[in-house]
Design a protein around this ligand. Structure first.
Ligand code: FMN
Length: 332
């Protein structure tokens, strides 16, 4: 669907008093539903009324082994906020974003309220990011050997470093070796944790038909090679040699996102920035995947912070690169 179509059709006739049309609501729901989420749990709920869209966290969606503190759930909700905001813009509205509940009210699950205020065309960049929503997906295979251009790296760094979020690349072999050591350690811990593995298995969908609309990850989509092999580790995964892993990390473009504080609001902001950067990458024809599994170990989070000299708490690693063309398929 063209992102301009709904706007063009109603330009000049729709006012904020009229409320969303059924087609608008579908556009918003589709955009939110395409946000990435931990284990594809989609831990949010969208409600719409008048010209307002409200996103709530479903904290009942709990991953006790993988995500006992709900950090990834909130990162996922943050990603959904980015998609929701872009969808309102793509419908041709200026959008006001309020994060968290209204002052004086107590609604801890209320993540964000996006209100359409007046007619306004989206910018070219917003249109590009909106169109990237349906093309974005997790690419857990090794990338093409062609490195990212300086311009692409700068664009991604600018996208990741939104207000309140610190973005930086892992650079040089020393940093790559430190990160490889920590990811290797975390993979070994998770691989032999029976309870962790049992929970992960419950979210894996086997078979050829892709992922169940109710959530979960198709087993065949998990990474078994390169950096992604230590990004979501199963007990049967063979772990790469640490020296080889360091080389892969050094050759990929891997960004870390961190925030000054480590509270729920920061997790949501990091999730927004993660998705904004991912969509920027998709719109540039890049592939990406994110890794949080190792960061659930306190010692790995602390180690990353110390060895990379981060000015805050790391939340997610994003890997970017050019996809390896599949024979018979055109590159995005
Ligand atoms: C907060 C968050 C954490 C994630 N952590 C990991 C991870 O550690 N390893 C991994 O391979 N994928 C991870 N993912 C990717 C999800 O598994 C993926 O987004 C989801 O299965 C939907 O698939 P899609 O991205 O292809 O749409 C994470 C995604 C989010 C939003």
């Amino acid at each position: 669907m063209s992102w301009l179509r709904p706007h063009r059709r109603r330009a000049g006739t729709s006012t904020t008093e009229q409320g969303w049309s059924a087609e608008d609501v579908q556009t918003l729901e589709k955009a939110v539903g395409r946000a990435p989420s931990v284990h594809n749990t989609q831990p949010w709920e969208l409600t719409t009324s008048d010209r307002t869209a409200v996103l709530r966290e479903r904290s009942a969606v709990a991953l006790w082994q993988h995500d006992p503190e709900g950090r990834d759930r909130r990162l996922s909700c943050g990603a959904a906020v980015t998609n929701l905001f872009l969808a309102v813009r793509a419908l041709g509205w200026a959008a006001r974003l309020r994060r968290g509940p209204e002052e004086g009210t107590d609604d801890p699950e209320l993540v964000a309220t996006v209100t359409a205020t007046q007619r306004q065309h989206p910018s070219v960049a917003e249109g590009q990011r909106y169109r990237a929503i349906t093309r974005r997906s997790s690419y857990r295979r090794p990338f093409h050997e062609q490195p990212l251009s300086h311009v692409a790296r700068e664009a991604l760094l600018a996208a990741g470093g939104a207000a309140d979020v610190h973005a930086r690349w892992i650079t040089g072999f020393d940093e790559a070796s430190s990160v490889a050591e920590m990811l290797g350690y975390a993979a070994r811990v998770h691989r032999k944790d029976r309870y962790y593995q049992r929970e992960l298995a419950m979210w894996l969908v086997d078979g050829q038909g892709g992922v169940d609309p109710g959530g979960g990850i198709a087993s065949e989509d998990l990474g078994t090679e390169g950096v992604a092999a230590v990004g979501l580790t199963r007990s049967q995964h063979r772990l790469p040699d640490e020296q080889r892993l360091a080389e892969w990390i050094a050759n990929e473009s891997i960004m870390v996102l961190a925030t000054a504080t480590d509270d729920p609001a920061s997790h949501l902001r990091a999730g927004e920035a993660m998705q904004f950067t991912w969509l920027t990458a998709t719109s540039l024809g890049l592939a990406a995947s994110v890794i949080t599994q190792p960061l659930h170990l306190t010692e790995v989070r602390a180690g990353l912070r110390e060895r990379l000299g981060l000015p805050g708490f790391p939340h997610v690693l994003l890997r970017f690169g050019y996809p390896v063309p599949v024979p018979g398929q055109r590159r995005a």
